[in-house]
Design a protein around this ligand. Sequence first.
Ligand code: HEM
Length: 337
Amino acid sequence: MVASPTDGGLSQRLFDALIADYPDHRPGTRPVHAVGIGAVGYFVPSDVAPRFTVAEHFQMERVNVTVRFSNGSGSPVESDAAIDVRGMATKFHLPSGDSTDLVMSSLPVFFSRNPQDFLDLAKAGEPKPVKPQPRWSRLTDMLLLREPRPPADPSSPNSGTAGVIAYANCHPFARPAIIAALTQPAPTSYARATYHAIHTFKFTDPDGNVRYCRFAWEPVAGVRPETRSGLPKDYLHTELRQRLMRGPARFVLRAVVGGQGDALDNPTKGWDTTRLRVVMGELVLTQLAPDAGAAVEPLSFNPTRVVPGFDISNDKVLVARGAAYAYSCRQRGGTGC
Ligand code: HEM
C-alpha cells in the first residue's frame, strides 16, 4: 500500500523539476534513473529477522523478488561508465499476494532535508551553457595546487554541474551528498556496489516494540569501483547478463538500528557508526528478467509501498517521494502505480 497524501501539486512540481534537469528526457521513461535493467530471484530472511519485525517478508519463508538496477541520470543515452549515482529497486512478491518495495541508491546520504530543498537544488542544477575557464583562474588553480577543471565537453555544451557546486557552497547540509554524487565512480558491476535506502523506517517486533532502522544492500562479491577507461556504453548491462549466466549474484540486507541522538527524519545526516547492525537476510538474483526486462521497465517501485511491521518514518522527503513516484509512474504510463 503506497502512502499517497494529497500534496497540493507538490508531486507535479517535483516531477517537472526533474524533467527540467534532463532536457533529453524521453516521454514514457522515468524522469531520473532512466536507464535500467531487470533481474529476478528470491530473498531468504535471516534467523534473527523475525525477532525485529513482523513484516511478511522477514518471516521464515523465502520470497520471490524483482530487481531493477539503474543509472541515476534522467538522460536515456547516458553511458554506464559515467560518474553517477546507481540505483537498486527491489520488489518483494509476498506470499499473501501483496508486494512491498525497497528503493535504494549508491548515495549514503541525501541532498535535501525536505521537498523545498530538493526543488531549490533541482533549479540550481538546470543545464546552462558551460563558460570556458578564464586563463587567470587556471593559473590560480595551479598556484593553489587545486585539481584542474576538466575541459569543456564539445558534445554537451550545457551542464548543471556549476550550478550544483554553487548550491553546495551555500548549503552545507547538502555537501556530503553532492560531493558523493559528483565523484562517485561507476562500479565494475551493478552487483559490486552498496546501495542505501537512506531514510529511516520503523520496524515493529512481535511484542509491539518499535525500532527505527536504516537499510543497505551489501554485495557479497564485494564493492569494486571501475578504473578502466574506454568501456562500452552499456558495459554494466552486458556484465550483469554474463555474471548471471555463470551463477547467482548475492546481496546481504543490513539494518542499522538507530539510537539516542540519531537524526530520524533528516536524510542529509548519517548516523553514529557504532550502532547495532543486523543482517536481515540474503538476496539471490538468479537471472535477468524475462523478455529482456520488458515487464520490469514499466513497473512502479515506490519507497512508501510498505507492509505492517515495516513502516515509513516522518521524513518529509520520504513522504513526498511516495506521491511523486506514483505521479511519475502515471505520467509515463507505467504499471502498478
Ligand atoms: C525528493 C526526493 C526525490 C524525488 C522527488 C525523487 C523522484 C523520483 C522519481 C519521480 C522517480 C521515477 C519513479 C517512476 O517513474 O516510477 C525516481 C526513481 C528513483 N529514485 Fe528517486 N527521488 C527522490 C529521492 C530519492 C532517494 C533519496 C533515493 C535513494 C534512496 C532515490 C532513488 C531512486 C531510484 C533507485 C529510482 C529508480 C526506481 C526504479 O528503478 O523504478 N530517489 N525518483
